[in-house]
Design a protein around this ligand. Structure first.
Ligand code: HEC
Ligand code: HEC
Length: 362
């Protein structure tokens, strides 16, 4: 905030000194002055970044905030510090760029004439595609509403993403690189295919060392197959076949995280083949020539799927009616302890209920 005040203060002083009062603005004359900028900047419909960033929607935009342009650290920092392009800040910047943003990579000596400054700002102001909002209004806009606009190439996002003065908006490429999740309904599946037999070969080479032959694990690693009919046991064996409700999780998990230590090294077809092989190890498919692809993927049903239910907590009485949940003496009578979480090693095996709590755990 302090920096913002400094920046506006400098701007006010500089603008007053240069303009010496009211100067008539002439956008037409500003267009001619823009010839001095045009070697490095484009403005108007379809303007692209050149040596400098495109200048559409400039008024009201945070300095150093346009997607896809590599600003100097100095300009980025100035924006994060609160510098917003207004008629005043622009005039002082264009009069002496290095004085207002020390370290800027805009190598331009500056416009020295007050009328040139006023005119160029008037000219640039004509390229507003959105109503120019004063900075305070821009800051009032919820920052989380911004990413959608950022995805539209060329859409100006004044101050968007910078309200918290942290980081910058992710580029569409960065988002795409992370956005690899696959939904149970198949959304997100890449095109591709692979057979059980192919998957078996990849499995032997890249997975068996840890997960064991046939997915039975080598002691320390998760078991990938078997465990059917153990879900009622004290120690259920939760595997892909016995427990997982959706095949999409298998594809997503393997593609994202395996082989452990070499994640993202498998091709999409490799992952289809491995997923087919894991189905085979779990007896969900029985034919070695079975081909799993993006086309038949959602047709595969997992044996335990029906035992998962939608989260219906919102329908429970106290959520539904908005009543406060009971927090004290909710159960009539005396409560007795019936089971211990010994399996999870949470409750110490020896010692009764009257054991003294360890010091410090009161
Ligand atoms: C020699 C090339 C060059 C010339 C000429 C030039 N600029 Fe720049 N301009 C740049 C560069 C490079 C940047 C990016 C500065 C940085 O990142 O530090 C920039 C940045 C800007 C910015 C900040 C934009 C933003 O998104 O924060 C504005 C505004 C600007 N220039 C306006 C002008 C105007 C108006 C003129 C003409 C009067 C002009 N420039 C002349 C290269 C130039
Ligand atoms: C270097 C050892 C190693 C290799 C090689 C390896 N994994 Fe894993 N895998 C693990 C570990 C460890 C976990 C558990 C990770 C965790 O829970 O955070 C795991 C978890 C999994 C899971 C989830 C199991 C579950 O029930 O939670 C699947 C599926 C899986 N691996 C598949 C594969 C496939 C397919 C390959 C071969 C492409 C592979 N893994 C290669 C070590 C390995």
């Amino acid at each position: 905030m302090l920096k913002f005040l400094e920046a506006t203060a400098i701007a006010a002083v500089a603008a007053a000194a240069l303009c010496g009062g009211a100067v008539a603005q002439d956008a037409g004359a500003g267009k001619r002055t823009f010839a001095k900028c045009a070697a490095c900047h484009a403005v108007g419909p379809g303007a692209r970044h050149r040596v400098g960033p495109e200048l559409n929607d400039l008024i009201g935009r945070t300095a150093g905030s346009i997607e896809g342009y590599r600003y100097s650290p100095a300009m980025t920092k100035a924006g994060q510090g609160g510098l917003v392009w207004t008629a005043e800040t622009l005039q002082s910047y264009l009069a002496d760029p290095k004085a207002v943003v020390p370290g800027t990579k805009m190598t331009f000596a500056g416009l020295k004439k007050a009328d040139e400054l006023a005119n160029i700002v008037a000219y640039l102001g004509t390229f507003a595609t959105t109503a120019a909002a004063p900075p305070s209004a821009a800051e009032a806009t919820p920052p989380l509403a911004a990413p959608a606009a950022a995805a539209t190439p060329g859409a100006a996002t004044p101050g968007a993403g910078h309200v918290l003065r942290l980081g910058r908006q992710a580029t569409p490429e960065e988002i795409a690189a992370w956005d690899i999740d696959i939904r149970p309904d198949g959304l997100g599946l890449p095109k591709g295919k692979g057979t059980v037999a192919q998957g078996g070969e990849i499995y032997e080479a890249k997975c068996a060392a840890c997960h064991g032959g046939f997915g039975e694990s080598v002691g320390r690693w998760p078991v990938l197959a078997g465990g059917q009919d153990t879900l009622q046991n004290d120690r259920p064996e939760k595997t892909i076949g016995s427990y997982w409700p959706f095949l999409s999780t298998v594809y997503d998990y393997v593609r994202r995280a395996m082989p452990f230590g070499d994640a993202r090294s498998l091709s999409d077809d490799d992952v289809y083949a491995l997923t087919a092989y894991l189905l085979y190890l779990n007896d969900i498919v029985t034919d070695e020539n079975f081909v799993l692809s993006d086309e038949n993927f959602t047709a595969v049903k997992m044996p335990n799927a029906a035992n998962f239910i939608d989260d219906d907590r919102a329908q429970e009485a106290h959520y539904h009616t908005g009543a406060a949940p009971c927090m004290t003496a909710c159960r009539p009578g005396t409560a007795t302890i019936k089971t211990h979480a010994a399996v999870l090693d949470v409750t110490p095996e020896e010692g009764g209920d009257d054991r003294q709590p360890a010091a410090g755990i009161q």
